[in-house]
Design a protein around this ligand. Sequence first.
Ligand code: F6P
Length: 470
Amino acid sequence: MKTVIISNRLPVKIIEDNNEYTFIPSEGGLATGLGDVYKNGNSIWIGWPGIEVPEERQQEVIEKLAKLNLYPVFLTQDEINLYYEGFSNEVLWPVFHYLVTYAHYEQSYWDCYKSVNDKFAKAALQVLSETDKIWIQDYQLLLLSGILRKKIPHSTIGFFQHIPFPSYEIFRLIPWRDELLNGMLGADLIGFHTYDDVRHFLSTTTRLLPVNSSANVLSSSDRQVVVEAFPMGIDFDKFSNLTGQDEVQKEIEDFRTGKENMKVILSIDRLDYSKGILERLKAIELLLQIHPEYIGKFELYMIVVPSRDTVPQYRDLREQIDQFVGNLNARYRSVNWIPINYFYRSYPIEVLSALYATADICLVTPMRDGMNLVSKEYVASRNNNDGVLILSEMAGASKELTDALIVNPNNLGDIMEAIVVALKMPLEEQQTRMKAMRDIAEKFNVKHWVNNFILRLNEVKDSQNSLLTK
Ligand code: F6P
């Protein structure tokens, strides 16, 4: 019996250079969080390798990935445009992050979303046996549980959504809302990061479909589905140990040289309008206007990892960030100082680790975020218990990391004040807060998350089976 993880993206993606394919780690919380864990158990992972692979090269990719227990689902360029960029990232992503005006309800997106979910089901059925545990990940595959349930009715299916689930008033806007919910209800266990997401899902489902809920169990005429919160963690030890590696120590030293009296503020995100990048920059601008005494006293290191840049809103956002940073730096910089060091690229984990270990303050201010693992990675990298985390109350992580300075990301004054508090925070207070957050991130790490979910999935299935035999 094995665990079959299915997600839109595999934990590695193909990069093509001179007709050569190489595989590098994928970005995003799901891949970084689960990317190592699946290797430890008896698991395989099914998903898209990140680019269109021409038919004549698919066998080569299949063979290379098989060595890593990965099974590719190949998407055509049309499917990438309509299912991934279209329905997933121009309908579900904006609506689930409450940016409803960004949504384009195109029938062609929906049609393709359905057919690609079918394609994933076909791929899964080729490698699945009936006793396997199936663990489907995220919003790109909301229909998959339902499709697989029809094909293999007694299978054990867990579904976990990594992004927020919106309130009923928002979700009901989607033209295909009932089909989406019915698809999700094919699972035995549905997980979200927070209890708020669970609440929204339960109330949405009972208002739109003929199902009843009793506590966190949804019942229809023939099935029961359990809905629970499983806050995702990170590989705490990996991040904590990385800072001691020679390579990382060297990066830290290089980075710190010449900045002895400078406070370093760090932000790391995928390019995304849900991450509050522009708002964060505006808060920095406000700080420079209202507190000129901090000019020359801090530097923001802002890493933006390229993502979905073929989707128009992401392209626009990138231009806006470029412009804002350019203007702000031009206005405030001096010969020896620049307020914002902006990098639009991805970095290896060793560099990120050095940045986490160096930064006096980490600024994580998404407008809405399922969990946000960057906040936990920062905390895990602070082996001396110093440093200050400023964290948006709209991130799932704020429910756990309550010793961060919690801010409303829409309130620029609030963010600015928090930066001032962080810049002045005595070491002792930093250590008390950081220690408490590290304890939580260490205890509720990613292994705990995986074990907890799988354990609960087994329990739910066992109790369903015993009901059936009564
Ligand atoms: O963590 C949320 C998530 O949407 C994942 O499902 C996804 O893999 C990741 O962010 C990165 O997004 P994308 O796969 O679109 O690059």
